[in-house]
Design a protein around this ligand. Structure first.
Ligand SMILES: Nc1ncnc2c1ncn2[C@@H]1O[C@H](COP(=O)(O)OP(=O)(O)OP(=O)(O)O)[C@@H](O)[C@H]1O
Ligand SMILES: [Mg+2]
Length: 330
């Protein structure tokens, strides 16, 4: 079995909702509500879910960019949540994030060289100016850009090229883990697969571990070994990619998969339409949070929250269709 690189134990992030002039707390947005997961060294874990399901919040907590309301994150067995900035800094080098918007995430006033060298200066990993320049030029080549890009500025590049720069910047500290928060969502479909292929190649070359966030199952299909599906701050299913795409268990995953366009025209999938809107994470439904939209809802789902349990080997699901009712002792 591979080593665990990062582990989350019962992570919660509740954002207070402030009301009125005295800003009293009127409730909480449960952005992440009790997530436990393990990410193994060298694997690629996809995290999918609709907008607002808590994916980015989870990603930020795993990287210790945000402290959880409750629960803990461990990196190589060491707790990295609830630490001071100073104590968490040594771990930051090992974990880098690639963001969705390559336009917003690169400072337009910095040259590409400065952008790539900044993390090296912060972490003091490379000593001299000449070494830093060499490293920046090497990184540019690794992501398929020319050395001449070094003196240029972000606006001189296309979206796909800027995302390559974002990836080079993330690589500059020799991280173990890269969290990609929808790194290709803002790019044209034709460019998406180029950037995904690049990320896959770099993963192999640098033995990286990936957490890859997307709202669309088709994007993570190519790059993930395992996939976790989120709904209203919880993981409802997590499995190896093949199992999840070929034999999804949770009705929500089944609906998401039915919406993925098939590349095989001979397969006519029936699209499962979900009724209603995504409920607010400030006021999630009782029982199973998905029950208001579930085609298989039954009485128990309205009152009792299903736990995420291992239904088959390496395949966990949180759904009453797969659990026995609790034996009452009264
Ligand atoms: N700093 C914050 N303060 C208050 N609420 C927040 C904050 N950050 C996120 N939220 C809320 O938490 C919930 C989850 O947000 P998050 O950004 O993690 O979702 P997401 O799955 O990444 O969505 P998207 O696909 O749109 O990026 C949302 O309801 C969001 O409005
Ligand atoms: Mg997000």
């Amino acid at each position: 079995m591979n080593q665990i690189l990062i582990e989350a134990k019962d992570l919660k992030m509740y954002f207070p909702i402030k009301k009125g002039v005295i800003k009293r707390t009127a409730g909480y947005i449960k952005a992440v509500d009790g997530i436990s997961l393990k990410v193994y060294e060298g694997e690629s874990l996809g995290i999918v879910g609709e907008s607002g399901s808590g994916k980015s919040t989870l990603g930020r907590m795993l990287m210790s960019l945000q402290n959880p309301t409750d629960g803990d994150v461990y990196f190589h067995g060491e707790r990295i949540s609830h630490l001071s900035n100073r104590k968490v800094r040594p771990y930051r080098r090992d974990m880098q994030m690639v963001f969705q918007d390559p336009y917003a995430s690169l400072n337009p006033r910095m040259s590409i060289g400065e952008l790539l060298e900044e993390p090296l200066l912060v972490h003091k990993t490379v000593k001299t100016k000449a070494e830093r320049k060499q490293k920046a030029e090497d990184l540019l080549e690794k992501v398929g850009l020319s050395k001449q890009s070094y003196n240029k500025y972000p606006h001189e590049f296309s979206g796909g090229q800027r995302q390559r720069i974002g990836i080079a910047r993330a690589l500059s500290t020799n991280p173990r883990l890269i969290v990609g928060d929808e790194p290709v969502s803002a790019l044209d479909v034709s460019i998406q697969s180029q950037v995904l292929n690049l990320m896959k190649d770099l993963q192999e070359e640098f033995k990286l571990t990936y957490i890859f966030i997307a709202h669309d199952l088709s994007v993570v299909k190519h790059i993930s070994d395992r996939v976790a599906v989120m709904y209203l701050g919880k993981i409802v299913e997590i499995a190896r990619k093949e199992d999840l795409y070929e034999a999804p268990l949770h009705p929500y995953t089944q609906a998401l998969i039915s919406a993925v366009p098939s590349t095989d025209v001979t397969i006519q999938k029936e699209k499962i339409a979900l009724k209603g809107e995504l409920p607010s994470p400030a006021n999630p439904p009782r029982g199973c949070a998905f029950h208001t939209r579930c085609p298989h809802v039954h009485d128990r789902c309205r009152t009792e929250q299903p736990q995420l349990v291992e239904y088959k080997e390496d395949h966990m699901v949180a759904c009453h269709l797969y659990t026995e009712p609790e034996v009452r002792m009264d």
